[in-house]
Design a protein around this ligand. Sequence first.
Ligand SMILES: C[C@@H](NS(C)(=O)=O)c1cncc(N2C(=O)c3ccc(Cl)cc3C2(C)C)c1
Length: 391
Amino acid sequence: MGINSWIAHRTMRNHKCGIFLLNGEQWRSDRLVLNKEVISPVGTRKFLPFLNTVAEDFVDFLHRQVRKNTRRSLTVDLYRDLFRFTLEASSYALYGERLGLLEETPKPDSQKFIDAVETMLQTTLPLLFLPPGVMRWMNNKLWQDHMDAWDIIFSHADKCIQNIYQEFCLGKPRKYSGIMAELLLQEEMPLDSIKANITEFTAGGVDTTAIPLLFTLFELARNPHVQTAIREEIKGAESQGSRELSKVLNGLPLLKGAIKETLRLYPVGITVQRYPTRDVVLQNYYVPAGTLCQVGLYSLGRSPEVFSDPERYDPQRWLSKDDNSFKALAFGFGSRQCIGRRLAESEMMLFLMHILRNFKIDTVSKADLKTVYGFILMPEKPPLLTFRPID
Ligand SMILES: C[C@@H](NS(C)(=O)=O)c1cncc(N2C(=O)c3ccc(Cl)cc3C2(C)C)c1
């Protein structure tokens, strides 16, 4: 999906593009190198412990907030804290270093980065439909805000990359210290390509993972039976003794089903886009090469022809013998599927596993959440959630 205002920024600042904006041979050579560290089972196993540490730290962070309250519970809008969690977790997996976002006073420039990602995503939407030349010429506030947000994103990612690069040049790091270091060690990709892709992962992994977490917490709060069933599954997996994290996660199919349910009802990317490289016939329609084809995930996920009782939040449906093939499409499919998929799924699984193990979740209002589309699908108003520690 070519986003002209993003490409215009890269061109103006003389940055390379990451694989999201690339096509053809350039895309393919970067994607093959990145797959090994970012989405393969071997790569995933290496960064899981990093994500797990941050998920555990978030539980401590939440316990601290609860203890500040006189009552043994906390009713809070977790929206901003979830962004801090996903940025802390993905940055630790990417750069091998903690930003400190879950401490009492997070560093201001990390919060500035999170705000810049939000601004960039929100200003992307109106810019999608206007040629950048016109926007630049008008140089109005929208274009200026968009460029400023991008500059903050790139400078933040650059600072993190400089830190890890200096460490790396000082002496080969002995143990695994994140995806960035592995890519530097492998020397299969030029540094500016590594920077461009790491920047996409850093910025692309904040809202896209935090928002589905918020929707999942809300649905588990208003479906207490589902919440209890998943908590039992987590306790069951825990009683098998501490094993390798990937095995623990593979033992939580109902939790994995909850994440699929969330992405069915609230797909972050509401469509999957493809431009066929050759003419193709799709269901008796002749589609010339280069036509933008979009799979409408939002309507797919709520269609009674595809999912029985579609309004019902039922993770069990993904475990049943029903034919679920080619229905869980929120991360796309095939060689261009979301490269952040394993990072996002692992962050969500580990976060929910620790939160559900330590807290009961309730919600003030059980009414459906209205959603809006600001380049990503998000709640119109973030829900208020109540967390009660489980002794
Ligand atoms: C919401 C959905 N839209 S999509 C791609 O399906 O149409 C989506 C899914 N996964 C990742 C994203 N990204 C971002 O949010 C983002 C921010 C800054 C940069 Cl430099 C790169 C990105 C990407 C495109 C990775 C977006």
